[in-house]
Ligand binder design. Structure first.
Ligand SMILES: Nc1ncnc2c1ncn2[C@@H]1O[C@H](COP(=O)(O)OP(=O)(O)OP(=O)(O)O)[C@@H](O)[C@H]1O
Ligand SMILES: C[C@@](O)(CCOP(=O)(O)O)CC(=O)O
Length: 453
């Protein structure tokens, strides 16, 4: 068992094309990893009293009250590892973190099923790159990891997929810490595949539903064309502590169980960004969110049958067209972006058709106006509402020149966008993130020493 500190990071994501379609294995999605990462470091638990407990402490020092202490024990009947959040005193209300708790229980259950059952106490630190949460630029101090000064639940997420990047880097760090390299090596393809399977299982369990998993896949593999796994792979197992959970989990992760191999498809070489082009993410803060958009769109698709299928097929075609054009430009070195512009516009037309027919505001008029205005800026190739769409964000492809970024910033600095529910006016801010090809990565644990005391 390894006892030296380890650290791992995993990227956030943006689903540039394929929202909703990617939920169905017939279609795929173009997902970019982003250079905003979540970092997790694990080190031995330093007991000041000399007494050691069976305890794993997790903290997220950028937020208030973000410390979670867990006891753990091997469950009977091969139930894996049951973790229990510890209370400081009987009256203390537990502040639970479902993603951390589930990722820990899943990782320890896997570790004790394939390796040693002797889990030593450890101390885990989570650090998120600053762009995962919005702050006024005045409060940014230039610190590598900003202190957001609020509890995690009050932080304004920018929608970069924090839970998927967290579960992926957390699982990878815990596995690397407790398992010998022969059993788990993150730098190998086999290691990444195990990580992908385990992180998908934990992430689905924590969010209480089986989504498409594009966010976990890009956290592991980075930018890719993604075709989802069959949801049945994750539909039949128990939860940590229930009989045979250990065996079931190993079957899922090592692909040795009744469901056999995962059918996820990750294609890396059909995703390229031409030199001279970059992705820009803009966060839209409207004070309104659209719950249940996915449910509504899928219900409409089911009701409408062939009509909806036509929209889906049409979108798949133009989505594929976008990735093909990006690859073609990257390989030819051409700087003629007129075709790329047309392909982005074709995707937007498809999304608006899906919006209109389903009655779900995927590219609502306020976002159409914003995207049109951005697209008129010299050097902006075009943009879309990424992922599930709505009022949350826009993603743009621009020529990577400082003056383009500057003009866009000026345009957005005064832009007001009307929210959906209460008519409140929101702001639009350009995040500092751009696309990144690489997925999960082993880091130097000493780089985080300052924050993991
Ligand atoms: N820095 C962090 N420290 C600890 N836990 C975190 C951190 N960031 C995210 N989490 C966990 O992830 C949860 C947020 O997940 P959620 O799925 O709501 O957001 P998201 O993944 O950022 O969403 P989106 O897919 O829209 O980008 C938090 O409630 C917490 O449990
Ligand atoms: C609508 C959907 O296809 C994409 C959601 O993406 P995002 O969380 O808005 O980035 C759902 C999914 O793929 O799980």
């Amino acid at each position: 068992m390894s006892q030296s500190a380890v650290a791992v990071s995993a990227p956030g994501k943006v689903l540039l094309a394929g929202g909703y379609l990617v939920l169905d294995r017939k279609y795929n999605g173009l997902v970019f990893g982003l250079d905003a990462r979540i970092h997790v470091s694990v080190k031995p638990f330093a007991s000041s009293s000399g007494v050691t407990f069976s305890e794993i402490t997790v903290k997220s020092p950028q937020f208030q009250d973000a410390v979670w202490e867990y006891g753990y024990r091997l469950a009977e009947k091969d139930g894996g590892v049951k973790v229990t959040q510890l209370r400081v005193d009987a009256d203390f209300k537990l502040n639970r973190n479902p993603f951390v708790e589930t990722a820990l229980a899943y990782a320890l259950s896997y570790i004790t099923s394939v390796g040693s059952s002797n889990i030593s106490p450890s101390s885990i630190t989570i650090l998120a790159d600053n762009d995962y949460y919005s702050t006024s630029s005045a409060s940014l101090t230039g610190a590598r990891f900003h202190d957001f000064g609020v509890p995690l639940a009050k932080a304004n997420k920018t929608g970069l997929g924090s839970s998927a990047a967290l579960v992926t880097s957390f699982t990878a760090a815990v596995l690397s810490y407790y398992l010998p390299k022969e059993t788990f090596d993150l730098t190998t393809e086999a290691g990444k595949r195990k990580l992908h399977n385990l992180a998908q299982a934990a992430h689905c369990a924590a969010q209480g539903k089986v989504g498409s998993g594009f966010d976990v896949a890009s956290a592991v593999y980075g930018s890719c064309l993604y075709r989802r796994f069959s949801p049945s792979i994750l539909s039949a197992h128990g939860e940590p502590g229930t009989p045979e959970f250990g065996k079931q989990l190993v079957g899922i992760v090592d692909e040795s169980g009744a469901n056999g191999k995962w059918d996820t498809e990750i294609v890396k070489d059909q995703v390229k960004v031409p030199k001279g082009i970059r992705l820009v993410m803009c966060d839209v803060s409207c004070g309104s969110q659209t719950p249940g958009m996915v449910k509504q769109v899928l219900a409409w698709r089911k009701e409408t049958g062939a009509e909806a299928e036509n929209v889906w097929e049409g979108l798949q075609n133009v989505n594929e067209g976008l990735s093909r054009e990006l690859v073609q430009l990257a390989e030819s070195g051409s700087k003629d972006y007129s075709e790329l512009k047309q392909r982005i516009l074709a995707i937007r037309r498809g999304i608006r058709e899906m919006s209109e027919q389903s009655g779900v505001p995927i590219e609502p008029p306020a976002q159409t106006e914003l995207l049109d205005a951005c697209s008129r800026v010299e050097g902006v190739v075009g943009g879309v509402v990424p992922g599930a769409g709505g009022y949350d964000a826009v993603a743009l492809l621009i020529e990577d020149r400082e003056e383009v970024v500057q003009t866009l910033r000026e345009l957005l600095s005064t832009w007001k966008i009307e929210g959906e529910v209460d008519g409140s006016m929101g702001k639009v801010s350009m995040l500092r993130v751009k696309q990144e090809m690489e997925g999960v990565r082993v880091e130097q644990s000493s780089d985080y020493a300052e924050w993991s005391e």
